[in-house]
Structures are given as structure tokens and as C-alpha cells.
Design a protein around this ligand. Structure first.
Ligand code: F6P
Length: 546
């Protein structure tokens, strides 16, 4: 029997779940003011540090007992054996019959991980070496375009995991990027995305990276074909494709069919999920931007967090604690969202990246054995870089009716020190978390001389939980550790919910219907349609006005 499939009690029948349910009755309403008043050391005790990341989780509505019970829940759910099953290449993605080995992408050469009788590590390093030599040639100008000019623009065409990781990493690590190269990312099938991305580029200086695990994704293929047409319109010679297109895919046959020389293909494997692929060949744009050495540092950061996740006791395990805290609010407080608030401009795309990682992974309604889940699963993740959000949606987080746990992310040092800016930025991180936790009572508001009619409006209830993640500086290594932290937090939650975080059947129905409807939109004559009356009349209306 596979590890993840071995029989287990339903979640709500596990002893730790039952204990947490009654524990919640006793502390669920208790205020963070009380928690802190009772224990002067709380702010130091509820912290953990690993792989260059420091987490202060003291401003959560928890006690030592909560943590003990949550850790028991992880144990009773078999999290430990799930982790081992992943790291040793067991086929834990049971609905697609695949291993889940993004951890192999950042494992050192000395490791051995065997899947279907083959050690995957040498292959991983062979691709990394091939990427490095290609990236160096583009960066140095040795790789020439069809007309002999050097490449100045790199355009990554991909969607989902083949876009969000690359664009997030490029933005996050822009400080380390080679500035005489321009990077663009095209994902949407909306033609505007492609048109605007190339509007100011010359074809003879532009390299397209077509990133698609399957090489069948409709949006990516449409954009890749438009890119090909744009290039040929500019350069007028089929031979140009070889110098201006490379592919990143697991599907050599379709890559060749598109006309890309498979010598210019960077491969990966079915055991890398799209949303877990930014450190595979899908990260080629990142490597071209920051260079192979920085890319290796990024991988080292991922690996450091992997080792910590696999070996640290759960009560000191950063991803496990982050996952357990999220589950605590989702399942016991009925919190529906998590706000991710990086106080670092370079992390502006990090919340979007996390949306796919968390929600495509754990947005599931049945357990591994196909039964309805016994609790809520993934919360909605969202966020904006600080301080922008403070002047928009923080009002709701502070005084609205919903409980929104927040993850603040900040750095001790700025990559762009500028007068008092960084102290101002970080003062806001600490202030927001303090305000959320402790609020302001009616007595405090009155003591400020506020007229009685205005007092209720100016009260902050507080008791709104947050995590604060701190690192020294945003380096490639720290970014790797940060991404791996969330990957493993997602894994922790998925294991406890007994769902499969590694499939994504929920994207299929819409894709199939869109293919059918596309035919109906493009049909010369009025198509016979079998849709509901709303969809059918929308299609007719569009056909009449397009
Ligand atoms: O439709 C969802 C999805 O399969 C994602 O999981 C994936 O990251 C994305 O599409 C892109 O897939 P591909 O890399 O195969 O083009």
C-alpha cells in the first residue's frame, strides 16, 4: 500500500482533531492582549529560524497546548511518512500516478533519488549544466541572432507555473539581473499581452523561450505561434526560428513539431508539477537574468529549507508550523483567506505566485480515497506589497467583520538604501502587526478626547493574527528558502487534509468547454448548440457583434 494511500481515520475522527475542537471552545475567543499579558516571554518563545528565515508567530491565537495538539494532528495524519514518501520518490500524486520530486531539482550531485529504477539526480544536473552554458552565451553575447546581432531581449512565453514562477523570480531578483538585457513575460491568450510585450522590440535581437511542460497549453501555443509569425514577418526566413526560439518542456515530440530544434530544448520530468517548477528548466529566464552562479544560490536556498523540513522536529519546523497555523484558522476559526504582505517592492509578484502554489494545490473537495473532505481546505491567498495595501484594503483587515490572518514579510537591509525609506518601511511592518494584534479599546479612544458618538468608529478590536517573516537581505538564496517554505507549508496542509496537492483536475472542464465554444464562435454558419439558454444566447450575441 502506498504511504499516502494507507488507511487513515477521517480527519474529524482523529483524537487530536477532537481535542483541538474542544480546545478551540476554551481559547478561541481569548484575546491576544491576554496571551501577551500572561507571558512576558511570548514574543521570544514563539519564534523559529531556519535557512536564513526568522518567523515570529507569537501574534497568533495559540497557546503551548494549541501547538502541542496541532503537532499531534500532524503526527496522527502521517505527515512524517508523507514527507519521507515525497523525498524518496514514491508516487504520491496518486491520481496522475507520478512521483513528486521538486526537491530533487535542488538536491546536490551527491544525492540519489530513484524513480522507476533510475537515479534522477544526474539528469537534473545535466540540464542545469546545459542551461548554464546557454545562459552564459546569451549573457555574454556569444549567442547571436539570425542576422548576427546579439540578443538584447528575452521573452518567456508560458502560463500558470510556466509563467508565474519565472516572472516572480525575475522581479524578485531584478537587483541581481544583467541590466543590458530586457525581459518580458507573455502569458495571457489576450492578444494585447503579446502585442504590448513586443511592441518596442526588434525581432533580430529577441529570443523567445517557449515554456510549457506539456507543450499543448492553448494559450502558450497561440502566443508561441504569434511570436513565430512576428519573427518571420521581421526577418523573413524560416531558418531564423532556430536562433530565436528555444523550448522548455517535457514533450520533445511536440517541440520538434513546432519547428524548434530539440538541441535547443531544455527538458524536465513528469515528476515536476507546473507550480513547483521555477527551479527546473522553467527557470531558464531567471538563470539568464541573474547568471548561473546566482541561480545555484537560489537552489541552495530551496535545498536548505528542504533539509530543514525533512529533519527538524515538527514543533521547530518552519513550514510545518506555518502550515499548521493556516489550518488552525481555516478549520477552526473559519477564516477564508490569508493575506500575504511582502514589505519589499521586489516581491510584488510573490502573492500572485503563491495563489497558484496554494490554491491549485489545495483547492480540493475530496480526499485521496475520493470521499468528501471533512473540513475546509485551502484558504484564498491574496496580497499586495506594503505599504500600498495599507492605503487600500487594510481597513477591512483592521475593522472589517472577517478574520484575515496575515503573513508579513520584511528584510533587515534594503537592496536600495535611500535615506530613511527602509526604516519607514519596516516601521510599518511592525506597526501593522502590533495594531492588528492589540487594537485600541474604547477607553483608550475616549482618553484621547474623542467625542462619544465617534468612539465606536475609532475602536480597533484587535485580536487579528499575523506571522512576521524576516530575513537579512533579499538574496537568491533567501528567495529559494521562502518559496520552499510555502511549498512545504502547502504540503503539510495537504497531508493533514488527506488531499492530493499535486493534481489539478479542476482546470479541465473549463478548458474542454472553451475548445468547444471556440469552434462555435468561429463557425461560418449558425452552429447547432447544446448549451444552457444563457451560454447559447451569449454566444449568439458575440457572434452577431464581433
Ligand atoms: O491549466 C493548469 C496548468 O496545467 C498548470 O498546472 C500549469 O502550470 C499550467 O497549466 C501550464 O501548463 P504547461 O506548462 O503544460 O503549459
Amino acid at each position: 500500500m502506498d504511504t499516502v494511500n494507507s488507511p487513515r481515520l477521517p480527519l474529524n475522527e482523529l483524537p487530536a482533531w477532537k481535542a483541538l475542537t474542544s480546545h478551540f471552545q476554551s481559547i478561541g475567543q481569548k484575546h491576544l492582549r491576554e496571551f501577551f499579558a500572561e507571558d512576558a516571554t511570548r514574543g521570544q518563545r514563539f519564534t523559529v529560524e531556519a535557512a536564513g528565515l526568522f518567523l515570529d508567530y507569537s501574534k497568533n491565537r495559540i497557546t503551548d497546548e494549541t501547538l502541542r495538539l496541532l503537532v499531534s494532528l500532524a503526527e496522527e495524519s502521517g505527515l512524517r511518512s508523507h514527507i519521507e514518501a515525497m523525498f524518496t520518490g514514491e508516487k504520491i500524486n496518486i491520481t496522475e500516478k507520478r512521483a513528486v520530486l521538486h526537491v530533487a531539482l535542488r538536491a546536490p550531485k551527491s544525492e540519489h533519488i530513484v524513480v522507476d529504477g533510475e537515479d534522477v539526480i544526474p539528469g537534473v544536473h545535466a540540464v542545469l549544466d546545459k542551461m548554464a552554458s546557454f545562459a552564459e552565451r546569451v549573457r555574454s553575447g556569444a549567442w547571436k541572432g539570425h542576422t548576427g546581432k546579439r540578443i538584447r531581449n528575452v521573452v518567456n512565453i508560458g502560463i500558470g507555473g510556466s509563467d508565474l514562477g519565472p516572472v516572480m523570480a525575475y522581479e524578485a531578483l531584478k537587483h541581481y539581473s544583467q541590466r543590458d538585457l530586457t525581459f518580458r513575460f507573455v502569458s495571457n491568450v489576450d492578444g494585447t499581452d503579446f502585442a504590448e510585450a513586443v511592441a518596442d522590440l526588434s525581432p533580430d535581437e529577441t529570443l523567445f523561450l517557449v515554456a510549457s511542460k506539456t507543450f499543448t497549453t492553448q494559450e502558450t501555443m497561440a502566443n508561441a505561434h504569434s511570436a513565430r509569425a512576428w519573427l518571420l514577418a521581421g526577418l523573413g526566413d524560416e531558418m531564423a526560428v532556430a536562433k530565436h526560439f528555444v523550448a522548455i518542456s517535457t514533450n520533445a515530440k511536440l517541440v520538434a513539431g513546432f519547428g524548434i530544434d530539440t538541441a535547443n530544448m531544455f527538458g524536465f520530468w513528469d515528476w515536476v508539477g507546473g507550480r513547483y517548477s521555477m527551479d527546473s528548466a522553467i527557470g531558464l529566464s531567471t538563470m539568464i537574468a541573474i547568471g548561473p552562479e546566482n541561480f545555484r544560490d537560489l537552489l541552495a536556498g530551496f535545498h536548505a529549507m528542504d533539509v530543514h523540513f525533512r529533519t527538524a522536529p515538527f514543533e521547530k519546523n518552519l513550514p510545518v508550523l506555518l502550515g499548521l497555523l493556516t489550518l488552525w484558522y481555516t478549520d477552526f476559526f473559519n477564516a477564508q483567506t490569508v493575506a500575504v504582505l511582502p514589505y519589499e517592492q521586489y516581491l510584488k509578484r510573490f502573492p500572485s505566485y503563491l495563489q497558484q502554489l496554494t490554491m491549485e494545490s489545495n483547492g480540493k473537495h475530496v480526499t485521496l480515497d475520493g470521499k468528501p473532505v471533512a473540513s475546509e481546505t485551502s484558504p484564498v491567498y491574496w496580497g499586495e506589497p506594503g505599504t500600498n495595501g495599507q492605503h487600500s484594503f487594510y481597513q477591512l483587515i483592521h475593522q472589517g467583520t472577517r478574520l484575515i490572518p496575515c503573513d508579513f514579510i520584511g528584510f533587515a537591509k534594503s537592496l536600495n538604501p535611500l535615506g530613511r525609506h527602509h526604516d519607514m518601511l519596516m516601521a510599518n511592518v511592525f506597526a501593522q502587526a502590533e495594531a492588528l494584534a492589540f487594537g485600541k479599546t474604547a477607553e483608550q479612544v475616549r482618553a484621547e478626547g474623542t467625542p462619544e458618538w465617534l468612539v465606536p468608529h475609532r475602536v480597533f478590536e484587535g485580536n487579528r493574527p499575523s506571522n512576521i517573516l524576516l530575513a537579512d537581505t533579499l538574496t537568491p538564496q533567501v528567495l529559494g528558502a521562502l518559496v520552499a517554505l510555502y511549498e512545504h507549508s502547502v504540503f503539510t496542509q495537504g497531508a493533514i487534509w488527506s488531499i492530493n496537492p499535486f493534481d489539478q483536475w479542476g482546470v479541465e472542464l473549463g478548458k474542454a468547454l472553451a475548445t468547444k465554444i471556440l469552434g462555435e464562435l468561429e463557425n461560418e454558419s449558425e452552429p447547432a448548440m447544446t448549451h444552457d439558454s444563457s451560454t447559447a444566447s451569449l454566444i449568439r450575441r458575440y457572434r452577431a457583434s464581433k
